[in-house]
Design a protein around this ligand. Sequence first.
Ligand code: COA
Ligand code: MG
Length: 302
Amino acid sequence: MPERLDRSILAVPASEPEKVKKAVASAADAVFLDLEDAVPPDQKDAARGEAARALQELDWGSKTRMVRINGLDTPWAYRDLVEVCEVAAASLDCVVVPKVGRPEEVAFVDILLGQVEARLGLAHRIRIHALVESAQGLANVDRIAAASPRLEALSFGPGDFAASVGMPASAIGTHDAWDDLYPGHRWHYAMQRVLVAARAHGLRAYDGPSAEFRDLGAFRRLCLVARALGFDGKWCIHPAQIPVVHEVFSPTPEEVAWARRVVAAYEAAQAEGRGAITVDGKMVDAASLRMAHATLARSRDR
Ligand code: COA
Ligand code: MG
């Protein structure tokens, strides 16, 4: 499993080459070229060629290179995989599979990618990022998370999920009057469920997109909720959202300093035969050590 610390995943329609250039030149940690919902049906075929060209010809620097294929219940998905991967597999890190409802869908993508890799003699293994955004997907999320060793992450998709279960929502992944009315956080169950399934299988977890790209204060609150639960990062649909995601999903210098103090104090205490000590006026034991290591694992300044 490649160790990625991606916090932001920027979506861009593969059918819009000028926007794709800007996305690839942006500050995002990862970019996915969308073949699915941001591309109209009459442009689906042409968009594959655009995606393959962008993967091969643009300078992606250290960005994670991703493509989102169409759902496996459409007539486009298998051609997305074959046409993009056969041409550009060497420049592709990960395939995002949307609307995953059953583990068999992940297994299908795994097997097909394996065939393409074998034919090309590819040196690296293309990864899978599964998007859980339906009632069926959430009901099967543990089996989905276990479906392939190629899986590296799960994302929760709020827009399609709302449509799938009949939740009223005025826009994709935004806060509205329904959220104020609900006693608690009405996305909590679905988000926590996806997060726990991901972690139980050693995967990273991302909160999906928010259509809120003008009111960055409101967007930041959505990021903080996802961060509070433990998500690694969030999708962006607009470059303005990227710095907000980086700020919220990076451990602060204070958090990193606390983690280093805990590790140092705990190691010193263990050498003296003690397992519970006081740091900054609070009890520290082996669980604190695991929390500290989790913080340091998310730090780019290790
Ligand atoms: N990637 C790269 N550049 C983007 C971008 C994106 N996702 N979204 C906007 N930009 C660029 C615009 O092209 C524009 O560039 P310019 O100043 O050089 O002309 C600049 O950022 C400002 O854009 P703005 O005018 O604020 O927004 P817009 O009206 O052009 O676009 C959206 C708004 C929502 C249509 C656009 O952000 C978008 O296409 N987002 C991605 C949609 C998507 O992929 N959805 C599927 C996954 S959920
Ligand atoms: Mg969706």
